[in-house]
Design a protein around this ligand. Structure first.
Ligand code: F6R
Length: 369
């Protein structure tokens, strides 16, 4: 049942190309326009959306943080990401022109369900991005956009995360199409590039030998830091979460720009730091800024574990290790950049002899508030 893999988590990491491909399946018509049959909210209502609030927990919330960058960029609709368990208690500003998008693999997370119910009471339109057919959250929502990652057995979420990001991109492009066109990027071009991602993820999975070795010789690490910027920031948070929950190692993700506002004090000789580097064509010279962050922490002795696009030579002088990902446009990079971080956490936990599929104190779906 583990398909030749030692753990469900490893199997599910390797299913990620399919999770993305299947989530894209059937979303466009012959003319290349997006069609979302499962979205039961009338188109004229969706055209009225003035703000979007994403509610989710844990990994799903990080998918939501990635989605915020893409949906705002493409639609110019303001997007807020709320942790579902905080949403209800912060007197949320939600009305009938708010689209509340919940993201949940299981569809049973009580915190997320209660947030959706609260949003519905306040008159919002509710849309569920969910991986489990017939589960409670989609049933309680006005509309559903299923991710097609297949059942996720390992407690730590991997393939569902990639499928959630994919579904959010599809939703963003669909909303942009409904409202005329995208403000940035061409929807068809983005969809075409999304369709190339499964092959790139497959390629990347074939390059993970060195990451596995690194994880094995870093198994006695006491703390690992993760830096990212723009869509790489939630990727850093997700990398840290994977390491905490699987390997029980103190791990923190930071926005790279925040470094000089405090976290750089943590850097001492030998401190491992993963850095998710944006592609060189990311606007606003973000690439250059992240490269100088690497330089700064390297000068203070950090062990810099750099995730960079193929062909990005600028990182070489300051990297203790370079982990290469296939090149793609800036917005889609999370679908690749997170993979080495998942693989790292998996192999570090395995090297410590831990139960990767069932980490201590955790349950696959959290059905209590
Ligand atoms: C992390 C993880 C959790 C879940 C969170 C939400 O690996 O699995 O953080 O992402 O509990 O679960 P769902 O998506 O089922 O609502």
């Amino acid at each position: 049942e583990k398909g030749g893999y030692a753990t469900f988590m490893e199997k599910e990491i390797h299913e990620q190309p399919h999770a993305v491909a299947d989530t894209l399946l059937g979303r466009t018509d012959d003319a290349g326009r997006l069609v979302l049959d499962e979205v039961r909210i009338p188109e004229e209502r969706l055209r009225q959306v003035e703000r979007i609030t994403i509610v989710a927990c844990g990994t799903a919330a990080y998918a939501g943080m990635v989605a915020k960058y893409a949906i705002e960029h493409w639609t110019r609709i303001p997007v807020e990401v709320a942790l579902a368990h905080e949403f209800r208690y912060c007197d949320p500003i939600v009305d009938e022109n708010t689209l509340v998008v919940s993201i949940s693999q299981s569809g049973e997370t009580m915190d997320t369900l209660m947030a959706v119910k609260h949003a519905a009471e306040l008159g919002a339109m509710t849309l569920s991005i969910c991986n489990t057919h017939g589960s409670t959250i989609p049933r309680e929502s006005d509309a559903v956009l299923y991710t097609h990652a297949g059942p996720e057995i390992a407690v730590a979420s991997t393939k569902a995360f990639l499928a959630q990001i994919t579904a959010c991109y599809v939703l963003g492009l669909y909303l942009a199409q409904l409202r005329g066109e995208t403000y940035a990027d061409d929807a068809r071009a983005v969809m075409a590039e999304l369709h190339e991602m499964p092959a790139k993820i497959e390629d990347l999975l074939g390059r993970m030998g060195r990451v596995q070795e690194m994880a094995e010789f870093m198994s006695d690490s006491r703390a690992v830091l993760f830096l990212g910027r723009h869509v790489g920031y939630p990727v850093a948070l997700e990398g840290a979460l994977k390491l905490k929950e699987l390997a029980y190692i103190h791990a923190e993700g930071f926005a790279a720009g925040e470094l000089k506002h405090g976290p750089i004090a943590l850097i001492e000789p030998g401190q491992p730091v993963f850095v998710v580097v944006p592609s060189p064509e990311t606007p606003h010279e973000l690439h250059k800024k992240v490269v100088s962050n690497i330089q700064e922490i390297r000068a203070r002795g950090a062990r810099t574990l750099v995730i960079a696009h193929d062909g990005d030579e600028d990182v070489e002088p300051f990297a203790s290790e370079v982990i290469r990902i296939p090149h793609c446009s800036p917005m889609l990079a999370p679908l690749l950049a997170v993979v080495p971080l998942q693989v790292f956490a998996l192999h570090l936990a395995s090297a410590k002899g831990l139960d990767v599929d069932q980490p201590r104190n955790l349950a696959k779906s959290v059905t209590v508030e």
